[in-house]
Every structure is written in structure tokens, then in C-alpha cells.
Design a binder for this molecule. Sequence first.
Ligand code: TYC
Length: 118
Amino acid sequence: MIRPAMSQLPWRMSDDKEDGIDTSILTDVRPKTKRPPLYKVLLLNDDYTPMEFVVHVLERFFGMNHAQAFEIMLTVHKKGVAVVGVFSHEIAETKVGQVMDFARRHQHPLQCTMEKED
Ligand code: TYC
């Protein structure tokens, strides 16, 4: 059996013997580097927020040009909801906060939420 002496290899070998037979197992010791989850930011339709206000929100907080913003606004208007961006938890929370704050300050009932991406 070859046993690495000063192992820089990404596993650890147990030192097991049963009846003189090597029954060692290799254990993966590579550090887990799970990517952080992403969050969809959703915009919800309502009957009162003016279309131009929603377009402005999408331009201002989601970096869309006017044509993109108008298209997404119409999608929300017709379907009831649309994903307007995908971000880290912290950025998504910030965007939701900015939109909700801006809508409230202008007395519009516009709703924006976030949801973990599968
Ligand atoms: N339904 C709204 C209206 O007819 C427009 C609207 C679009 C509101 C998108 C919210 O997220 C929204 N004035």
C-alpha cells in the first residue's frame, strides 16, 4: 500500500486492518465552497400605481433602459408579477427596500418582494 507521507492531497486515509487485510477508506477533505444562494426580486401588479411610475422605478433601481423598463412593466401589468432581477441576499434586500420606500414616499401601493432561487 502506498500511503502519502506529507500529504497535500485532498483526502485523508484511515488506517484500518481486518484479519491482516487493509480496509482503509479515503475521506474527501476538500473544503466545501458552496456558492451563496441567489434571490429573485419580484414586482407585483396593482390597480393604482401609474405605469410611468413603475417604468421609472425599473430605470432608477434596476438599471434598465426605457424600452426594457416599459416591457417589464407591461409584463407585470398583464401577468400580475415578474422577476426584475436576481441578486445576492444583501443586494436583493436593498433593492426591495429602495422600491418599497420610494413607492411609499410617493403614496403608491406598489409591492416588491424577494424569493430564494431554486
Ligand atoms: N396596473 C397598473 C395600472 O394599470 C400598472 C402597474 C404595472 C402597477 C406594474 C404595478 O408593478 C406594477 N396603472
